[in-house]
Design a protein around this ligand. Structure first.
Ligand code: ADP
Ligand code: GLC
Length: 473
């Protein structure tokens, strides 16, 4: 089957969050399973040109806003699968991936250019796999072109929801400027404005999301962001496939970012990583004291309101607290205040730093992820592989991938609380710290986590089965 995956970010090209990890790893896993998979991405300014192998098209003519826009296309195999990067400097030569007033126009252009590229490459894809709101434009366009363009007659679309909180809203009067007519207008419309996400949910042939539990949650008002009615109506077209982990990138035995390596048979290297991490943050080298860590976009989604509320109590446990993240100033300021208050106990890095994320996963003891909602979550899975025990809230993919440790049966790979309250979170942190104080018990929990196989192989197989079903729709 010919599968084309469109994404607004992908490792190693450009990343703000977990979508990039998924879009980087899935095409490779599909290729390894024998599928003909390719990735399409905008050529953002920040993408390191060393990843580009060659310019394959210098005259991709895209029908755009009443004229023809000439884009270029570069080829890369840096993910391990064929990737095509669309170069349109007017839209993508900027200093970040999102955050511009014309984001809807930028990604609508990307989708239209992707469609033009399909025709240039030859046979139509069987499956066009779209991800989050930037892909909504392509779903709508393929749906509408099928009525008059036989090229798309057999092409089916799968729309994957990584996060319903980002909806790609824009002024409805722009719809016609972007070339969307009456046939798909309703699909975009939501409370008087246009939503690219809603169009994707309405016009794609099938829907998926990135964990089983989130697939259920988003059918309820609590998690549906106003779109739950669509997801309920289309629930026979919606499946949850939990993300995998790319163990070529996240493996403590080989990770090039780590000062020392380790695996399940010899954990000495983890202690070295902890020592180096304490040094890096100018913290005392007290190796027996636990490090509680967090790496995330600083948004309400990630449970930072709980961490804020419990900050004092976390410090009272005596544990170190290390955080890497950027985002809302409210949370950045809180982290700064925590660090100023306890500079020998708290280490923070405000910003995006991929190598540091690896060093924290390796050097920490406990990874705190108290998310308000979490479609899948990757850091809890990276943590278990790195022998770092996750403390998570039982929501979305966190619930699917973390099992609460049980002292009697000695099963479980982490700690999990239900209620979104600081008290419930603190209870689990205390429980984790009590276990940490018993080294043999702690080792058991670490090994339970390190043994879990979350590799992409199984998840890619599920996507392949899904693609086959969708191709028949
Ligand atoms: P989300 O996609 O909602 O941000 P995930 O857990 O799926 O959450 O994935 C987040 C990814 O982004 C992980 O690979 C994590 O290590 C990375 N990440 C998040 N914030 C930062 C940061 N400030 N620096 C480096 N990596 C980060
Ligand atoms: C989103 C979600 C996160 C998920 C990631 C990759 O950004 O917030 O939970 O792991 O996408 O699917």
């Amino acid at each position: 089957m010919r599968v084309a995956i469109l994404s607004s970010e992908a490792v190693p090209f450009a990343k703000t969050g977990g979508l990039a990890d998924v879009a980087g790893a899935l095409p490779k896993a599909l290729s390894e399973n024998g599928e003909d998979a390719m990735l399409l991405l905008p050529l953002f300014e920040q993408i390191d040109r060393k990843y580009l192998r060659e310019e394959i098209i210098d005259n991709l003519d895209v029908d755009w806003r009443g004229r023809s826009y000439r884009a270029r296309v570069f080829y890369s195999d840096a993910t391990g699968a064929p990737s095509f990067l669309i170069d349109a400097p007017e839209y993508f030569a900027r200093n970040s991936i999102y955050g511009f007033r014309d984001d809807h126009e930028r990604f609508a252009f990307f989708c239209r250019a992707a469609l033009a590229l399909f025709k240039r490459l030859g046979a139509p894809p069987d499956i066009v796999h779209l991800n989050d709101w930037p892909g909504g434009f392509a779903a709508a366009e393929i749906r509408s072109r099928r009525n008059f363009d036989s090229y798309y007659a057999r092409t089916r679309t799968l729309f994957s929801i990584h996060n319903l909180a980002y909806q790609g809203a824009f002024n409805a009067s722009d719809l016609w400027i972007l070339g969307f007519g009456d046939d798909v207008r309703d699909a975009f419309m939501m409370d008087g404005t246009a939503s690219a996400l809603k169009a994707g949910l309405m016009t794609s042939d099938a829907l998926s999301t990135v964990s089983r539990r989130y697939a259920f949650e988003i059918q309820t008002p609590e998690f549906g962001h106003g779109l739950e009615w669509i997801l309920r109506a289309r629930r026979d077209r919606l499946v949850g496939i939990t993300n995998g982990v790319d163990y070529d990138v996240w493996n403590p035995a080989t990770d090039p970012h780590l000062p020392a390596h380790y695996d399940i048979n010899n954990m000495d290297g983890k202690r070295e990583c902890k020592r180096a991490l304490l040094r890096e943050f100018w913290l005392p080298e007290d190796l027996d004291r636990p490090i509680i860590a967090n790496i995330s976009r600083l948004t309400a989604q990630k449970g930072y309101d709980l961490i804020k509320e419990a900050g004092g109590a976390i410090l009272e446990t005596g544990a170190f607290f290390v955080a890497l993240g950027s985002g809302a100033s409210e949370y950045e300021d809180f982290l700064q205040a925590m660090r100023d208050h306890a500079p020998r106990q708290v280490g923070i890095y405000k910003g995006f730093n991929e190598p540091l994320a690896h060093r924290i996963e390796a050097g920490a003891d406990i990874f705190l992820m108290p998310s308000l909602f979490e479609p899948c979550g990757l850091n809890q899975m990276y943590s278990t592989r790195y022998g770092t025990v996750p403390v998570v809230r039982a929501t979305g993919g966190l619930d699917d991938t973390v099992q609460d440790f049980d002292r009697v049966s000695q099963t479980g790979n982490g700690f999990k609380f239900e209620h979104y309250t600081a008290l419930a979170m603190l209870d689990k942190i205390y429980e984790a710290l009590y276990c940490y104080a018993e080294p043999d018990l702690w080792r058991t929990i670490q090994l339970n986590g390190m043994r879990v196989d979350n590799s992409w192989r199984a998840a890619a197989q599920k996507y392949i089965e899904l693609y086959r079903r969708v191709a028949q729709m």
